[in-house]
Every structure is written in structure tokens, then in C-alpha cells.
Design a protein around this ligand. Structure first.
Ligand code: FES
Length: 129
């Protein structure tokens, strides 16, 4: 697998509604970023995970973005650390293996299929494939 320069950005500012907490929300993004980093390292992957403050998808925590030079950028929401770690890793590996960032529908894990918010083209001069 060619990981290229894929970076997984994870929003750490999203607020997930939690009626059981005094504040009424938690912010699970930091835990997702840390768990994702650990899972990737355990697999021997060099894909970096970069916490970010906001990806403008605030109502669909947790939100991540896959971005790489010359590839389409994907924004994916509604991700949970407890249930989606392996799917995020699988989606990232499929993205990394693609020539242009577009992952075939049948190769997308369910959370990727349901959670895609947007895809953004690479700069024209950087497009591949
Ligand atoms: S606060 Fe997470 S996308 Fe805006």
C-alpha cells in the first residue's frame, strides 16, 4: 500500500449531545484522534493523524477529513471511536491506495458510505490519474 502523503484530520471541537452530563455534551474528537493514532501505529502504518479545531461539520460528530496532495479530499461525519475505528482505518487504507482519492463504493466501509459529507477536488495542477 502506498500511503502517499495522506493525513487524517480529526475535529476535536465537535460537541456530541450527552444528556447524562451536566454540560449536556462531550467532545469525543480528541479521544478518537488518539485511538486512531494508536491503531495505525499498531498496524505499522505511517499515516499521520492531525487534530484540528473545526471542519465545519459541527452537527455530525465526530468528523474527519482524508486529504493528500493531488487527491480528492473527503469529509466524513458521524464517526464513533467505539464502533468505527477499524472502518476508519480501512477507509484510509483504501483512500491511500487509490490514485486520485476516490474510493470505489464497494470498497467503502458502511460508516464511510453513510457519513460522507463532501468531497473536494484537488487543485487542477495536482490532479493525478
Ligand atoms: S466543531 Fe467539529 S466540525 Fe466544527
Amino acid at each position: 500500500m502506498s500511503e502517499g502523503d495522506l493525513t487524517i484530520h480529526v475535529c476535536t471541537a465537535c460537541r456530541r449531545v450527552r444528556a447524562d452530563l451536566p454540560e449536556g455534551y462531550d467532545q469525543p474528537g480528541q479521544a478518537l484522534a488518539e485511538a486512531l493514532t494508536e491503531r495505525l501505529i499498531a498496524k505499522g502504518s505511517a499515516i499521520p493523524v492531525l487534530p484540528v479545531e473545526c471542519l465545519a461539520v459541527c452537527k455530525r460528530p465526530c468528523t474527519v477529513a482524508f486529504a493528500a496532495d493531488g487527491k480528492w479530499t473527503y469529509l466524513i461525519g458521524d464517526l464513533e471511536t467505539e464502533t468505527h475505528l477499524d472502518e476508519i482505518v480501512g477507509a484510509a487504507e483504501a483512500y491511500a491506495a487509490s490514485t486520485n482519492g476516490i474510493v470505489a463504493w464497494k470498497e467503502r466501509p458502511p460508516s464511510f458510505r453513510k457519513g460522507v459529507v463532501a468531497r473536494v477536488p484537488p487543485l487542477p495542477a495536482r490532479q493525478q490519474g
